[in-house]
Ligand binder design. Structure first.
Ligand code: F0G
Length: 458
């Protein structure tokens, strides 16, 4: 008999988690104004709010922390990270930042001005926020099939390069750079093919524009290229990563994802001139150029994390766990974005609650029901997150209303996946009784999803 697949690690430190009763959860979510961000972590049994900064570091990462160098300038930890970035991603210059959005803030301060247009594939909400904050515009050119959750495409995160070419032909003068997000989080953790990265590079070259990769889940993207793209089967993840970045001029990184640290980020680039321009903003917003908001020990852990995060065995364990959860949901007939993405399952709330008016926030309603059912916390990727149009102030209703179940790295076992799947099945089985959604009673002027307060519709 063939041996089953199993994890490529064993566990040497654990943290207890506690179950609660439905009555307790009813009270807690009411007190939280029906916003899952307002829950205390102890009120959550299995936390799938995000895979960002929630991973478990390895023994190698923890030991690297112990030899961190906390010198203000020129710390050895900075050079450890610089060397890892050069070796794995190929960039000569980099700046540490405290997380991904800080990297966006620094890079965009140097590259974006009012009235600019930044084409890309489903810009993440902080990316879009930093673009719109500068009175510039994010232009989403993701392939159309990405919004059909049942359709199969091996690289559903792709930018539509025909649309990109047509867009550049008309608007190149207002475009400071093209951004490609790997993997495409908003479309469901879907990968971008090497072919698409190569074509994007060619178009950028034709119009003389730089290409920036938003790189939060670049290693998971490389895994999918190895598994799904012809010609890459026998390449190592590090070889694939090296080719991916040969098509980029710069990158922003939220290290809290694929570099498996709890906090941290960076910008890396080829151009020394761009590095100089960014350094000024880095010093103002983040910290001196050799620490930029990170302690030395954290830069050390990040350097090791970049290495571990680009190892095939680790990525295979990671993505097979997400696929396992997906396979259980498929057995229960629950609709979600297929194929399964790298870091999360995105349940299609439009298909689960088709009769609920979209103004009542279908995905948020589903997220609350799942929490009430089993203390599992997911997150809404729908109309609340899509926010209002900055000019008209009208609500934006995206094509997809998704409940994201993001799986932290190296944290939960497949028994936890089993609990999540059955909890969601129970909600799904009583979906016809879920008729009342939610309305917003208070919201912030930008990025409202974090702090919005809601009430159940009458
Ligand atoms: N880019 C992408 C694709 C992201 O997914 C995130 C964060 C960021 C940039 C910003 O990085 O959080 O370190 O400031 N995504 C998290 C999530 C928050 O839950 O998907 P950050």
């Amino acid at each position: 008999m063939e041996l089953p697949f199993s994890e490529s690690f064993k566990i040497k430190m654990v943290e207890p988690i506690r179950k609660s009763t439905r009555a307790e959860r009813e009270q807690w979510i009411k007190d939280a104004k029906y916003n899952l961000f307002n829950l205390k972590s102890e009120q959550v049994f299995i936390d799938l709010l995000t895979d960002s900064g929630t991973g478990a570091m390895s023994d190698r990462q923890w030991s690297a922390m112990m030899v961190g160098d906390e010198s203000y300038a020129g710390a050895s930890s900075y050079y450890n990270l610089k060397n890892a970035i050069k070796r794995i991603l190929g960039f000569d210059h980099f700046l540490p930042t405290h997380q991904g959005r800080a990297a966006e803030n620094v890079l965009f301060s140097a590259m974006i001005k009012e009235g600019d247009y930044i084409p890309g594939n489903s810009h993440f909400d902080t990316t879009k926020g930093h673009i719109e904050f500068r009175k510039a515009h994010a232009v989403d050119l993701t392939i159309d099939i990405a919004s059909d959750t049942e359709a199969y495409h091996p690289f559903k995160g792709n930018i539509d390069t025909d649309k990109l070419e047509a867009y550049m032909a008309q608007n190149a003068s207002k475009v400071p750079f093209i951004i490609v997000t790997v993997t495409n989080n908003t479309a469901g953790g879907q990968p971008v093919s090497m072919e698409c990265l190569r074509k994007t590079r060619e178009i950028a070259n034709k119009y003389g524009k730089p290409v920036v990769f938003d790189s939060a889940r670049f290693a998971e993207n490389a895994y999918f290229i190895k598994i799904r793209e012809k010609g890459y089967e026998s390449k190592t993840i590090k070889e694939i990563v090296a080719e991916m970045y040969s098509y980029a001029d710069a990158m922003t990184m939220s290290s809290k994802k694929d570099a498996i640290v709890n906090m941290g980020g960076f910008i890396a680039m080829r151009s020394q001139e761009l590095w100089r321009a960014c350094s000024t903003f880095n010093i103002m917003f983040e910290g001196y150029v050799t620490y930029g908001g990170m302690s030395g020990r954290d830069m050390n852990a990040l350097a090791v994390g970049l290495d571990e995060g680009t190892e095939f065995e680790y990525l295979e364990t990671r993505i097979k766990q997400v696929e396992y959860l997906g396979s259980r949901l498929t057995e229960f007939g629950i609709p979600f974005q297929t194929p399964v993405g790298g870091h999360a399952i995105f349940v299609d709330a439009n298909k689960v609650l088709p009769n609920m008016p979209r103004e009542q926030f279908r995905a948020q309603t589903l997220a609350i029901e799942l929490y009430l059912e089993a203390g599992v916390r997911g997150v809404e990727i729908g109309a609340i997150l899509a926010d209002r149009d900055p000019e008209t102030r009208e609500n934006r209703y995206p094509k997809l209303e998704l409940l994201r179940l993001a799986i932290p790295r190296r944290v939960y076992t497949n028994n936890h996946m089993e609990v999540i799947a059955v909890a969601l099945k129970n909600v799904f089985d009583r979906r016809n009784q879920i008729t009342r959604g939610f309305e917003i009673t208070w919201e912030a002027p930008i990025m409202r999803h974090f702090t919005a307060e809601l009430e159940r519709c009458k």
